[in-house]
Ligand binder design. Structure first.
Ligand SMILES: [Zn+2]
Length: 280
């Protein structure tokens, strides 16, 4: 979820980031074949470099960056210079809305696989992709990995770039990096709030989404230990947004009608009849 911070500075791009969808949505002979094809990846030059087999074959890792924005160019440069991760390795791209893979539910990580090099690499890539974007949350399906893994983090620095009144209204506070495998989200109470949010997979847009103000998320950490997160405010929103991705749901599937707009138009009034932003 990138929405949250509008701009790092006047010199940088809006944080509504995302890059080209790298995946091939070609039809296959059967459902399994189709799904395997769906998770196949391309390099920016169009060459397919690897594929993710949902049945458990080696995962796909592809370079960040493609055509378009300065951020993408920067990301692509990072890849070619080997800056994206370990030297010489490529960071995955963020899949853009419009690719049906974002509407596929993810599957649980097999607990026996937790701690393996493969899962650790996926998590490491997710963290780097999220930070490079930069964003405050990312789900594994957004980098082409159909597993139930989310990462999230919000920092004092990010928050310092946002409007102070907005930060207060959103109940947005910094929190340390969280990595949750196989998360189970429970909405608590019935208090909700309306705010604009965005997504690293929906570049340059925002829409108003109603979210619960308090949630509890249980799951496993990178070492397979049970964890429980009680979250409120903006962190609760991020958790709901990321857990939605694991069900194949993007925020545009939940947005209030007629509130979808470009980042540049965020400050314009809401259409007549739209409820006010914030908690009720
Ligand atoms: Zn998202």
């Amino acid at each position: 979820m990138e929405s949250i911070i509008h701009r790092l500075s006047a010199r940088l791009l809006p944080l509504s980031t995302s890059s080209a969808g790298p995946f091939v949505g070609a039809p296959g002979s059967g459902n399994a074949a189709r799904r395997r094809l769906l998770w196949r990846c391309r390099r920016p030059d169009g060459k397919i470099i690897s594929s993710f087999d949902v049945e458990g074959a080696p995962s796909s890792f592809l370079p960040a960056g493609a055509s378009g924005s300065r951020r993408q160019t920067r990301a692509a440069a990072g890849w070619f210079l080997g800056l994206g991760g370990k030297k010489g390795t490529a960071l995955p791209e963020i899949i853009k809305a419009g690719d049906p893979v974002l509407h596929e539910p993810a599957r649980d990580v097999d607990p026996r696989e937790i701690g393996t090099e493969r899962i650790n690499k996926i998590v490491e890539d997710m963290i780097q992709v999220m930070r490079q974007a930069p964003g405050v949350g990312l789900s594994a399906p957004q980098i082409g990995v159909p597993l139930r893994i989310i990462v999230l983090e919000d920092t004092k620095e990010y928050i310092s770039y946002a409007d102070r009144k907005e930060v207060e209204a959103q109940d947005r506070r910094p929190f340390n990096l969280l990595v949750i495998l196989n998360p189970i989200l429970k909405k608590k109470g019935d208090r909700t709030a309306l705010f604009f949010e965005g997504c690293l997979s929906v570049d340059g847009f925002r829409a108003v989404v109603e979210r619960h103000l308090e949630v509890e998320v249980t799951g496993l950490d990178c070492e397979g230990r049970p964890i429980k997160v009680d979250a409120a405010g903006w962190q609760a929103r991020i958790l709901q947004h990321e857990c939605d991705h694991l069900e194949g749901t993007i925020y545009v599937d939940r947005m209030l009608p007629r509130t979808f707009r470009t980042v540049g138009n965020l400050a314009l009034p809401l259409p007549a009849g739209c409820p006010k932003l914030g908690p009720p």
